[in-house]
Design a protein around this ligand. Structure first.
Ligand code: ADP
Ligand code: MG
Ligand code: MG
Length: 251
């Protein structure tokens, strides 16, 4: 079976059903994109896969790497190899970025490193992301720009080397600097980890340099279409209106 296998997932928040019988597979080593209009439930799916307790699973299961993870805590899922980029990266006054990064790999078999090795590795990755190493000593998130927060996120991704990275690029829009950081991070992740990606995005520019295996379209909490990468330029040109009409007719 696929690395990520979402089966018939119906889920709600505050009594309101957001996802309806969602089926979605991401096989190992593949890059998938999840697209859809604002409010469709894309971020909700990401949070559910990661185990955000805000959301309730009403029906269906989530399998990862052959294991039913539906009832696991976020920490256990993370240790199993799942990663979700945080939409609003944390600010922790008083904690330097390097300590935060160090803590995120602590106790992880195969990832733990000696201090010297850790510093060397982080410097290497920072260079790859074109990140000023002075940031490593700054307080986490405090006064970071959007692009800088993205760099932190990508650094964490490259350190953790998850089997599946769910990258939610949010609706807020990233500036050119942040976009290039994300592209570079995705590139490095694919090269160094050969991991799978599920990219949630409105911005198809970020996909230009990627080879995308499958595209899923979500409308009103339903996955209404799964197709190959040719769907991306089609959506660029036509938007989601035809999918929304179909969904309205089906309802
Ligand atoms: P997308 O990422 O596709 O724009 P979201 O998953 O953010 O969509 O939201 C889908 C729907 O679920 C929206 O109507 C949104 O208001 C609602 N929703 C998502 N998260 C929450 C939450 N924590 N509390 C209340 N409503 C939520
Ligand atoms: Mg949204
Ligand atoms: Mg969203």
């Amino acid at each position: 079976t696929a690395l990520l296998h979402v089966e018939n997932l119906t889920a709600s928040v505050e009594e309101k059903t957001i996802l309806h019988q969602v089926n979605l597979d991401v096989p190992a080593g593949e890059t998938h994109v999840l697209m859809g209009p604002n409010g469709a439930g894309k971020s909700t799916l990401g949070h559910l896969v990661m185990g955000d307790p805000v959301y309730t699973v009403n029906d269906g299961r989530i399998f990862f790497d052959g294991e039913d993870v539906t009832d696991l805590t976020t920490d256990k899922r993370s240790r199993a190899g799942l990663f979700l980029s945080f939409q609003a990266p944390v600010e922790i006054p008083g904690v330097p970025l390097s300590s935060f990064l160090r803590a995120s790999i602590a106790g992880r078999p195969g990832l733990e490193m000696k201090g010297k090795e850790f510093r060397r590795r982080v410097k290497e990755l920072a260079a790859e992301l074109d990140m000023d190493t002075a940031y490593l000593n700054r307080e986490l998130g405090v006064g970071f720009s959007g692009g800088e927060k993205k760099k932190v996120e990508m650094l964490q991704l490259l350190l953790l080397q998850p089997k599946l990275a769910i990258l939610d690029e949010t609706d807020s829009g990233l500036d050119v600097d942040a976009l290039s950081v994300v592209s570079r991070g995705m590139d490095a992740y694919r090269k160094s980890c050969n991991g799978s990606m599920l990219i949630i995005t409105h911005n198809t520019r970020i996909l230009e340099h990627l080879s995308v295996d499958r595209v899923h379209v979500m409308v009103k909490g339903h996955v209404v279409r799964t197709d190959d990468a040719s769907l991306i330029p089609w959506i660029d040109e036509n938007g989601f209106e035809s999918f929304e009409r179909e969904a309205a007719n089906a309802a």
